[in-house]
Ligand binder design. Structure first.
Ligand code: TXA
Ligand code: MG
Length: 325
């Protein structure tokens, strides 16, 4: 079983131990403001291979490379003026920019799955300090088995990957709770590859460019990780639910009620007061709780599709999509 160190009570020990494990070419589960990441040295092919093996992740799916700050990111990726403006405004934070990779910079081609671009992000708080102490960028997908719901607590990570990794750092529940927004800047628009913790409206405002949303299959090729049946719970998801059957689980938003809810097995409200940021922070934990309740179906009431609601609806749709097994 993995060792678990709290970054609240033993921050320096957490950094020292994590650097030691990373230096041996092994992955460490690290809290970020979005979700927990399974982090390893982005310049070490053996370390990156361990990430793919631990998650059971297909190798055509590139990893986000995490940097301590913008200066470090500029050593590995080429910034156009709009990407630079977005980075200056939103880093550290839940924004990933897909940028041309600087040839010979050291990021290994296994991390980028052979693409000539790299997904770069500067995380907030502890993860940034760890990268600074380690000195190399960290490739880090979410710390879950491939296709499962992303972890937002150390407990989630231990339950899923605890038997396969050495070290989990516990930073408490993730503040944002959904993964970073991924965009690629083009001359006349921003291409949204994944909605996430930075609202699309904010990207439009800061860049002055329109955002083009992913259109089905095209997006799957551009961001190969975005397979339809990601985030699969065991229970069947029923979105926009108006009624539920006895024994089903209900996840609602802002107190919305549905017919039959008095015989639900479990009722959870993402945000009784209708706050989308609070709803995003609760989403994955509530999906896991509803799934663990043993309900055959998880019914979900509608969530407004603005701000962080866009990321919430994206993850719910993926969880409800037909399984690719
Ligand atoms: O919030 C987050 O982004 C979390 C935390 C740990 O930072 N990380 C995360 O990583 O969600 P992951 O591996 O679960 O998702 C990375 C996504 C994949 O869907 C992949 O296709 C896309 O980023 N991606 C990475 N590099 C890319 C590139 N060069 N071009 C296009 N898409 C890329
Ligand atoms: Mg993931």
């Amino acid at each position: 079983m993995a060792r678990c160190i709290s970054i609240e009570t033993a921050r320096q020990e957490a950094i020292t131990e994590a650097v030691a494990v990373l230096s041996r070419g092994l992955p460490v589960a690290v809290p970020t403001e979005t979700v927990y990441g399974l982090a390893a040295d982005a310049t070490d092919p053996a370390a990156i291979t361990r990430i793919y093996e631990t998650k059971g992740r297909p190798r055509f799916n590139p990893l986000i490379c995490h940097m301590a700050d913008l200066q470090m990111a500029e050593r590995y990726a080429v910034f156009d003026p709009v990407s630079l403006r977005l980075a200056e405004r939103f880093w550290p934070g839940p924004l990933t920019l897909v940028l041309p990779l600087k040839a010979g910079s050291g990021i290994h081609t296994l991390a980028t799955a052979g693409l000539d671009t790299v997904g770069v992000r500067v995380p907030q708080g502890f993860a940034g300090d760890l990268i600074r102490a380690f000195g190399h960028p960290l490739a880090a997908p979410s710390a879950n088995s491939s296709g499962k719901i992303s972890p937002t607590t150390a407990r989630h990570v231990l339950d899923d990957l605890g038997g396969r990794i050495e070290l989990v750092l516990d930073g408490g529940p993730c503040r944002v709770g959904v993964e970073s927004t991924i965009v690629r800047v083009e001359p006349d628009r921003l291409r949204l590859l994944r909605p996430g913790g930075i609202a699309v409206e904010a990207l439009e405002e800061v860049s002055g460019l329109p955002v083009e949303r992913p259109a089905g299959a095209a997006a799957a090729i551009e961001a190969p990780g975005m397979l339809a049946s990601h985030y699969a719970p065991n229970a069947a998801m029923q979105l926009e639910a108006r009624r539920i059957a006895a024994g089903d689980a209900l996840i609602r938003f802002a107190g919305a009620s549905v017919a039959g809810e008095e015989s639900a097995r479990l009722v959870l409200d993402l945000s009784p007061g209708g706050d989308l940021a609070e709803a995003a922070a609760n989403l994955f934990d509530y999906m896991k709780k509803a799934d663990a309740s043993g309900a055959a179906h998880i019914a979900v009431t509608p969530v407004p599709n603005r701000g962080l609601g866009e990321a919430i609806n994206d993850r719910l749709k993926r969880a409800a999509a037909p399984r690719e097994s």
